[in-house]
Ligand binder design. Structure first.
Ligand code: MN3
Length: 212
């Protein structure tokens, strides 16, 4: 997708049914073509009246929405966040998942959490504790430390200090058609979809950039 105005919906990296049985095709289709598309549309609509900010990248809008004119701040916070978070969510899953290989990220997880299973348990607990609409994330800071955090609404933990590695959408629209109130089942099944090759590549990119 173009990384500045007018923003377009990113191509979905797999078919609507690719994440079945953990996320059914109808949920993916509505989530992507309606919800995600709507964040793109609303972001473009907000920026259409402000040509001075149309050159800002998606990441810059997410990180610096507070520097925008007052009428733009909330629409950009919600909708640039919505676009960024959903791009990241679809790209964090795959239709042919493999486990995390014993590379840099695996060792960082072991250092921080003791074991991969313990990390998974901590992330799952954080996700289960999200109240209302939000996201749970694995992030890395500038020192290479990992952290699990949750954000409300469409806020993203992207800053000069923090880089996201993995996210999980906990809005009801992400699971309700299939799971109704059984959010913890969605969370447990989602682990089978994580694209660890992609998550590890994000981590390795950061280590590379911070060491040189
Ligand atoms: Mn969503």
């Amino acid at each position: 997708m173009e990384n500045c105005y007018p923003f377009t919906l990113m191509p979905l990296p797999y078919g609507f049914d690719a994440l079945e049985p953990c996320i059914d095709a109808r949920t993916v289709e509505i989530h992507y073509t309606k919800h995600h598309q709507n964040y793109v549309n609303q972001l473009n609509q907000a920026l259409s009246q402000y040509p001075g900010y149309q050159s800002w990248s998606l990441e810059k809008l997410v990180m610096h929405y507070n520097a925008l004119p007052a009428p733009l701040r909330i629409p950009v916070r919600n909708n640039a966040g919505g676009v960024y978070n959903h791009n990241f969510y679809w790209d964090s899953m795959t239709d042919c998942p493999r486990g995390l290989s014993p590379g840099n990220l695996f060792h960082a997880i072991q250092r921080e959490y003791g074991s991969f299973d313990r990390f998974r348990q901590c992330f799952t607990e954080a996700a289960n504790h999200v109240f209302g609409s939000g996201w749970t994330w694995l992030v890395v800071d500038r020192t290479g430390s990992l952290n699990i955090i949750s954000t409300a609404n469409q806020d993203a933990p992207l800053s000069s200090r923090t880089t996201p590695l993995l996210n999980l959408d906990l809005w009801e629209h992400a699971y309700y058609l299939q799971y109704q109130n059984r959010r913890s089942e969605y969370i447990n099944c989602w682990w089978n979809l994580v694209d660890w090759v992609e998550v590890e590549a994000r981590f390795d990119d950061i280590s590379l950039n911070s060491c040189c």
